[in-house]
Design a protein around this ligand. Structure first.
Ligand code: XMP
Length: 492
């Protein structure tokens, strides 16, 4: 009944996730017996198969901390200066709680002249040097500052002298107990006698209500696992040095067409200079592209060309591949060399994640799925009464103007052609809430297929026990909600 993947994907068609459907198999275990632990790359284990895209409307430090706390990982984008990107990595690695923090520091001899100096914080931390990673001397709270009649006085004249803090590696319940016990609104985090961050009661209260976090992604350095994107230009070698110093656990060579001499040289350079660092190559969609990068020594492959929600590559350049076919084809060759595959782009709901993983991927990389979350960069706004956040392609003119053109232009290209758009996505709340529910849905899909892990799913597919079919246009309509006058789409 149905077709083996090998047959289905060798008929000359390019299939997207929506084109194909699995036939149910046999269930002999409960949903909770499904294990989704996996690998991002050869040496990076994850407890959930989720990766946040290196895009400037998706992955900065807040997303990195949250994804790591969930057991996944985020790849910090490179559409900023090397030191800006390194600072985001350091910030994500400075705490063990998935909170948002934007600490502001000053020295005791400084002055606070405007309320804007507080940014979105309720306090300014006073340290010896006036910056992060320095000895804590005290703080100034916004309410204390508002009461000052003379705003020109120096901070040491009115700051609260206090070195009260908790260790940087404190977990949520320890910090919560501390704030409760001391009736405080915030507490600085200290490492080796230096302040590295601050946690507010407001953030702790926000996180307490979400599903309980089980195993976070902690690296050999004892800190959150954080990845970083780089390009393949000469100046990216210097950027790489910054990122490694900041503690990046893995680097992703960010290119829409990864099968190039530039990328192969960069893979070899990374492996020679930093043999301990995993390097992920891509993007690729064919067996030949993948073979070249595997031969060059990649530790992981990123798959997808033009399947992203904001992509126009297939329209502009006439190159790409349907994502289901691309994931299946690349995974078939990558698995022979033990190279994990990241299915990048085109994920709109949990069923797409099941399809990507069963077709051979070890993880899925998501942009639009995460861009409307609390943890994505940028503020919410309103469009026709709906709360939205901006989401843009890194090949959009707007993003390239900020510097991301390395991903989409050859070295000599002077004229910019967009391969992506700028848009917006709906508010989805916190990833700390919707990712655990999404993973539960993925587990149910695996259970229906009789696969209790990613490895067993891949085995079932390869042994032709799992069967698929192509859905006609009418079958796709039937497979989605239809025939109702109205309905509310809520999954949890
Ligand atoms: P989703 O579907 O998750 O896709 O939103 C995210 C992935 O899309 C890729 N990406 C782009 N592709 N033009 C493209 O052709 C772009 O401007 C662009 N920006 C991002 C990228 O692989 C990302 O992970």
């Amino acid at each position: 009944d149905g077709f083996a993947a090998e047959k289905l994907f060798n008929q000359g068609y390019s299939y997207t996730y929506d084109d194909v459907i699995f036939l149910p198999h046999y269930i002999d275990f409960p949903t909770d017996a499904v294990q989704l632990d996996t690998r991002l790359s050869r040496n990076i284990p994850l407890s959930i198969p989720c990766v946040a895209s290196p895009m400037d409307t998706v992955s900065e430090s807040h997303m990195a901390v949250a994804m790591a706390a969930l057991g996944g990982i985020a790849i910090i984008h490179s559409n900023t200066t090397p030191s800006g990107q390194a600072a985001m990595i350091r910030s994500a690695k400075s705490r063990r709680v998935p909170i948002h923090s934007n600490p502001i520091f000053s020295s005791p001899s400084g002055r606070i002249v405007s309320i804007d100096d507080f940014g979105d914080s309720q306090c300014i931390l006073v340290t010896e040097s006036g910056s992060v990673k320095s000895k804590l001397l005290g703080y100034v709270s916004k309410s204390d500052w508002m009461k000052l009649s003379d705003k020109e006085v120096k901070i040491y004249d009115y700051m609260v002298n206090s070195s009260v803090s908790v260790p940087w590696s404190s977990n949520l319940s320890e910090i919560d107990a501390f704030l409760e016990g001391k009736s405080r609104d915030f507490v600085p985090l200290v490492r080796d006698d230096e302040v590295v961050d601050v946690v507010t009661k407001e953030e702790v209260e926000r996180i307490k209500g979400y599903p309980k976090l089980v195993a976070g992604s902690i690296g050999a350095d004892g800190e959150w696992l954080v990845g970083a994107a780089i390009g393949t230009r000469e100046q990216d070698r210097e950027r790489l040095e910054h990122l490694v110093k900041a503690g990046a656990n893995v680097v992703v060579l960010d290119s829409s067409q990864g099968n190039s001499i530039y990328q192969i040289e960069m893979i070899k350079y990374v492996k020679k200079m930093y043999p301990e660092l995993d390097v992920i190559g891509g993007n690729v969609v064919t067996v030949n592209q993948a073979a070249n990068l595997i031969q060059a020594g990649v530790d992981g492959l990123r798959v997808g060309m033009g399947s992203g929600s904001i992509c126009t590559t297939q329209e502009v350049c006439a190159v790409g591949r349907g994502q289901a076919t691309a994931v299946y084809k690349v995974s078939s060759i990558a698995s022979k060399s033990g190279v994990p595959v990241i299915a990048d782009g085109g994920i709109s709901y949990s069923g797409h994640i099941v399809k990507a993983l069963v077709l051979g991927a070890s993880t899925v990389m998501m942009g639009s799925f995460l861009a409307g979350s609390t943890e994505a960069p940028g503020a919410y706004s309103y469009l026709n009464g709906q709360r939205i956040k901006k989401y843009r392609g890194m090949g959009s003119l707007e993003a390239m103007t900020k510097g991301s053109d390395a991903r989409y232009l050859g070295d000599t290209a002077k004229l910019k052609i967009a391969q992506g758009v700028v848009g917006a996505v709906a508010d989805k709340g916190s990833v700390l809430k919707f990712i655990p529910y999404t993973m539960q849905a993925v587990k149910q899909g695996f259970q229906d297929l009789g696969a209790s892990s990613l490895l067993s799913a891949h085995d079932l597919l390869r042994s032709r026990e799992l069967r698929l079919e192509v859905r006609t246009g009418a079958a796709q309509v039937e497979g989605a909600v239809h025939g109702l006058v109205s309905y509310e789409k809520k999954s949890f």
